[in-house]
Design a binder for this molecule. Structure first.
Ligand code: PLP
Ligand code: SF4
Length: 335
């Protein structure tokens, strides 16, 4: 069954790959030859935040291993439903920095645009798993409001496309928006925060590279990779094209218990990132969103990992260990 999908996935467009994602927990367990005892919990957690895994990502998951680090990021588990102290629906209080639909202005000089409500994959630790996307789905006319907001604040020098996943929307839409932003003189930089090049590398189309690199705005992309197993040849090729076109590539990782909270994994991740043209940027302590408590790594353990990483890697391959704190003026370093 997987072999059949492997054979056919190459002939699908990225939109088809997106549409053909696995969304049924039972099917996922079957395809990956996992024990059916996982099903009950998976179905319950899936009710709260649904399962979603595109085929190109599925192909990188080992069969028969419930601890596979890529599987753990996407498989709903019963313990997501346990309430945990300090965990909530909006841990970053983003809603209070959401002045108009689709725009989050929290940090000096930078605004975040919620360009797409959709993601290509549902990561179980997602800090926006309960974000009210239905209130943040601007059409072109509503975008004008966001553009006016940016135009009226000359301190804004960088616009960040966020989501959901900004690349889950069409290149046509992204090109239009980028052209509008490029007309605002004080905006210098455009940044795209996306996991799509990791999840569906075919998303990095010629047209995508074109709108990203054909304006006067200096482009950067922050990919969200959490494990070296995610960075296969297809991902490397997609990133290579972006890099060659002049896009600055950075990576942001969430520190996740049982997935990447070990020195060898973090070392391999940094080294593999550099291999594929990407510099490590942030290592994030988890945002305390309901359902993600079982992924938490303690602060002392996180600091220990970074200290050990510093001892074995060049400084430019050591990400900054940070936490997002509501009301802080920037992400807060832990070390
Ligand atoms: C992380 C983040 C940014 C960008 O912060 P940098 O430190 O520039 O990477 C901007 N807005 C929001 C809401 C963020 O979470
Ligand atoms: S890709 Fe990012 S925004 Fe989308 S589910 Fe995963 S963590 Fe959340």
């Amino acid at each position: 069954m997987i072999t059949r999908s492997v054979a056919t996935v190459d002939s699908l467009t990225w939109q088809e790959q997106l549409a053909n994602s696995i969304r049924d927990p039972k099917q996922l367990l079957k395809l990956l030859e996992l024990d059916s005892s996982l099903l009950d919990g998976a179905l319950k957690a899936h009710q709260d935040f649904s399962l979603r895994v595109p085929l190109p990502y599925l192909q990188r998951i080992a069969k028969g291993d419930p601890h596979d680090p890529l599987l753990r990021q996407v498989l709903p588990l019963g313990n997501e439903l346990l309430a945990a102290p300090g965990y909530s629906e909006d841990p970053l209080d983003e809603l209070s920095s959401n002045p108009i639909p689709g725009l989050v202005h929290k940090y000096h000089g930078r605004v975040l645009l919620i360009v797409s409500p959709n993601c290509a994959i549902n990561c179980r630790y997602c800090f926006r798993r309960h974000f009210p996307y239905q209130d943040n789905k601007p059409g072109r006319h509503e975008w004008q409001q966001a553009l006016n907001y940016i135009a009226n604040d000359s301190s804004i020098s960088e616009v960040i496309y966020s989501g959901g996943d900004p690349l889950a929307t069409s290149d046509k839409q992204l090109q239009w928006l980028t052209e509008q932003i490029a007309q605002i003189d004080h905006v210098q930089r455009l940044r795209v925060h996306t996991r799509l090049p990791i999840v569906i590398p075919d998303r990095v189309t010629k047209r995508c590279i074109q709108w990203l690199t054909s304006t006067r705005l200096k482009p950067s992309m922050v990919i969200h990779s959490n494990h070296p197993n995610e960075l296969d040849t297809a991902v490397a090729n997609a990133l290579g094209q972006l890099k060659q076109a002049g896009v600055t590539l950075l990576n942001q990782t969430v520190l996740l218990s049982g997935i990447n909270d070990s020195l060898p994994v973090l070392q391999r991740l940094s080294e593999r990132l550099f291999d594929v043209g990407v510099l490590p940027y942030y290592l994030h302590q988890l945002d305390r969103i309901n359902g993600a408590a079982h992924f938490e790594v303690s602060d002392p353990q996180a600091k220990q990992l970074i200290s050990e990483l510093m001892a074995i890697l060049p400084g430019y391959l050591v990400p900054k260990l940070v936490r997002e704190i509501p009301d802080a003026q920037h992400k807060v370093p832990l070390l």
